[in-house]
Design a binder for this molecule. Sequence first.
Ligand SMILES: *[C@@H]1O[C@H](CO)[C@@H](O)[C@H](O)[C@H]1NC(C)=O
Ligand SMILES: *[C@@H]1O[C@H](CO)[C@@H](O)[C@H](O)[C@H]1NC(C)=O
Ligand SMILES: *[C@@H]1O[C@H](CO)[C@@H](O)[C@H](O)[C@H]1NC(C)=O
Length: 322
Amino acid sequence: MYSIALISFCFIFLINYTFQQGQGSFEVREHSVTRPYASVFSTSNSNWDLTGNTIVTDKFIRLTPDVQSKAGGLWNRIPVYYPDWEMHVQFKVFGEAKTLFGDGFVIWYVRDPKIAGPVYGSKDFFQGLAIVMDTYANRNDDYSRTFPYISAIVNNGSLHYNHDDDGFNLTVASCESHFRGRDTDTLVAIRYQDNRLTVSTDTEGQNKWTECFSIADINLPTHYYFGFSAATGELSDNHDIISVHTYQLESSEERRKEDRTGILPSAPTANMGSDNNITSKPKGWSVLKIFAIVALLIITILVGVGILFYMKQRRYHSSRLY
Ligand SMILES: *[C@@H]1O[C@H](CO)[C@@H](O)[C@H](O)[C@H]1NC(C)=O
Ligand SMILES: *[C@@H]1O[C@H](CO)[C@@H](O)[C@H](O)[C@H]1NC(C)=O
Ligand SMILES: *[C@@H]1O[C@H](CO)[C@@H](O)[C@H](O)[C@H]1NC(C)=O
C-alpha cells in the first residue's frame, strides 16, 4: 500500500517535473512514439502507419534518407478526440551537404492523413494545421528570412500551398531556428490550448524551451490526425523522427462540452498576402520618428547657439578684465 502510494507519487512528480504541464494533463499513449519502436510498429493494430520511403531502425524513424527524390510519412490512425494538446517531437535533420540541402519536414494536424502529394510529400489543399520545419529557401528574392525556418500554416482546404514561395502567404506565424545539423538533441514543442498556438524549440542542448511564436485565435476542430512527412527533390537531407510525446491538456468545461468536430480551420492572419513575422524593411518615416529628429535638431542648434553666445560673453568679459 505504502509502496504503491510512493511509486504513484514519484510518477506524478516526475510527470509534473519533467513536463511542467500542471494538473489534469497526461501523455496520450496512442499519439506518442518512443523507443523501442518494435513495440510501436510490430503489432497489426499499431496506431501508426508508415508511408512512402520511410524506414524504421532501432534508433530513428527516417522519413527520407539523404538521397534525391524520396518522400515518406509517419501517420497516426487515432483521431485526436481532445481539444487541447501539446506535442513534443525529438527530431534530427542532417546530411552531407554544407550549403545546398533540403527541404525539411512537416508536423501535421489534418483531416486527411496519408495522402501523398507535393507539400513535403503530402497533400496540397489540406485541411488543418502544418508546422513546417523548412530548411531550404525556395524563394531567392530579397525577402529576409534566414533558414532554417519554422512556420505555422492553417488551411481550410481551399488554399494552395505554393512551395515555390515556401507558403509565404499562408503563413500565420514563424521564426528562425537553427535546428539542422546540430550535435545536440533537437526538439520542437507545439501547444494548442484555448485556440492559442505556441511553438517552442530546444536546439541548444540546454534542456530548455525557447518560444518561437505564440498566436491566438487559431481555430482547429477535434478528430483530425497527427502526422509527419518529408520529401527530397534535387536537394536532400536525412529527416528523422526520434520520439513523439503527446499530452492531452486540461480544457475548460465549456470547451470540453462544445462539439468541435465541425470547425473549419481558420487563423486571423493567414492568407492576408503577407507574413506577419518577416523582418520587413523600415516602412518609411513614422511621424514620431520625424518629430524626434526635428526636436533633436532644434536642441542641437539651441545648444550650439548657447555655447557660441557663452563663449562670446566670456571673451567680452575677459577683454574687459585684461
Ligand atoms: C478558406 O479561406 C479563404 C481565405 O480566408 C476564404 O476565402 C475561403 O472562403 C475559405 N473557404 C471556406 C470553405 O470557408
Ligand atoms: C517573430 O519572430 C521572432 C524571432 O524570429 C520571435 O521572437 C517572435 O515571437 C515572432 N513573432 C510572431 C508574432 O511570430
Ligand atoms: C500568394 O502569393 C502568390 C505570389 O507569391 C500570388 O500569386 C497568389 O495569388 C497568392 N495567393 C493568395 C491566396 O493570396
